[in-house]
Write a protein that binds this ligand. Structure first.
Ligand SMILES: [Fe+2]
Ligand SMILES: [Fe+2]
Length: 389
């Protein structure tokens, strides 16, 4: 009994982490789109107004500050993307930005090498050390949303005078830089709100899709994993961030049509007759009907996937015997991700196949059941894919 409880707990933990993973992928993707450009523009304008050589913008997520954009006139930052993205900070930690986020107070440091005794923060020199820079003056402003929440920090470094010498920043109170910080706060707040909306949308879709999966004795985890595999594969195929996100959000609904298949057939413990199999196959048509007349691209893609995820590259699938590129790409990707997950995990009718055997089956079916380009993409990111298995 204890074992059962422990494994139920393990399943819950896996599900939670997969869900988190799924949501994080989606957040990453949105950060890479036009919103990032907007944050870059805000930072550029803040630097122009203040005369700062460099600066960074942090967005607050929970008790962390996430580094979003950085600029510096005297450095080429393109060589340090990994280091920059890894530079998150705790709110309320001893860093300048962490202090500003926690206290909601602006900090103006004329000379970081001469911090007064008892200063409640310290200057993090990791970045300077890595790129050979000397941060002398800092102006860090909290980004305070209209509801009073600190949603980020704008940090400007090294105010350069006309002759290039670095000096102190002007006091921010009542200056244009404060007005800009207020605008930046509204923008960042909007980004965070739209991320929350996206999360809510994805969460709703997954829960709806789970309804259909539960009827089939598949698990909710199946659609979480399958959708994650879809996203990784689509990304490896070079699809845009928006397209990847669309497939990721739409693929959980692939078997939604199973809600229309009678229990006596769907849950039959014995082999199906050919008539019964034909009825099960109509879950593709039922799914397409449920998702018909889409009001948005997400539902349209979900409809394509629901209808065509059992089509085969060689034309031998169902319901319409489409072949090759006549099968919509999202459905070709979902098809492989769906089968991959079914093979690699335990089902009520079979054990989990070892990964080597799964790889062999997929290779054998490349160009037959599966689009070879999709197979190639899956294998390209196979290490990332198999983390969840
Ligand atoms: Fe299906
Ligand atoms: Fe499935």
């Amino acid at each position: 009994m204890n074992g059962g409880a422990a494994s139920a707990e393990a399943v819950a933990v896996t599900r939670a982490s997969l869900m988190q993973n799924l949501l994080e992928v989606s957040i990453d993707l949105s950060a890479s789109s036009g919103r990032r450009q907007m944050l870059e523009m805000i930072l550029t304008e803040a630097r122009r107004l203040s005369g700062a050589q460099g600066g960074s913008l942090y967005v607050r997520r929970g008790d962390r500050l996430e580094f979003v954009v950085a600029q510096n006139d005297t450095l080429d930052l393109s060589g340090h993307p990994g280091m920059l993205s890894g530079m998150g900070l705790p709110v309320g930690g001893d860093s300048v930005a962490g202090f500003v986020a926690a206290s909601g107070q602006a900090v103006n440091i004329p000379d970081t090498f001469r911090l007064p005794e008892g200063t409640p923060f310290r200057v993090d020199r990791r970045f300077d050390a890595a790129v050979g820079y000397r941060t002398r003056s800092i102006l860090a402003l909290p980004l305070v949303a209209p509801n009073g929440e600190v949603v980020g920090v704008l940090e400007l470094v090294n105010r350069a005078g006309p002759d290039g010498t670095v000096g102190a920043f002007e006091a921010p109170e009542g200056s244009p830089i404060s007005s800009l910080a207020a605008v930046a706060a509204v923008s960042v707040h909007n980004v965070l709100l739209s991320e929350q909306l996206k999360q809510a949308r994805l969460d709703t879709i997954i829960r709806l899709a789970v309804v259909a999966e539960f009827r089939d004795q598949d698990t909710a985890d199946h659609i979480l994993r399958m959708s994650h595999v879809c996203a990784l594969t689509a990304k490896a195929m070079g699809l845009s961030a928006d397209e990847v996100e669309l497939i990721q959000a739409a693929s959980p609904m692939h078997d939604i049509g199973k809600v229309g298949i009678p229990d006596s057939i769907l849950l039959k413990p014995a082999a199906l007759t050919s008539d019964e199999r034909r009825i099960v196959e109509t879950h593709t048509l039922i799914g397409a009907e449920i998702l018909a007349n889409p009001s948005n691209q997400l539902m349209q893609t979900a409809g394509e996937i629901a209808l065509s995820h059992h089509e085969r590259w060689d034309g031998g699938g169902y319901p319409h015997h489409l072949a090759g590129e006549r099968i919509p790409l999202p459905a070709r990707i979902a098809c492989l991700a769906d089968v991959f997950d079914a093979l690699a995990t335990k089902r009520c009718y079979k054990g989990a196949y070892p990964l080597e055997q799964v790889v062999q089956i997929i290779k054998d079916q490349s160009g037959r059941q599966f689009d070879p380009a999709v197979v190639e993409a899956l294998f390209e990111v196979f290490d990332d894919v198999t983390v969840a298995y």
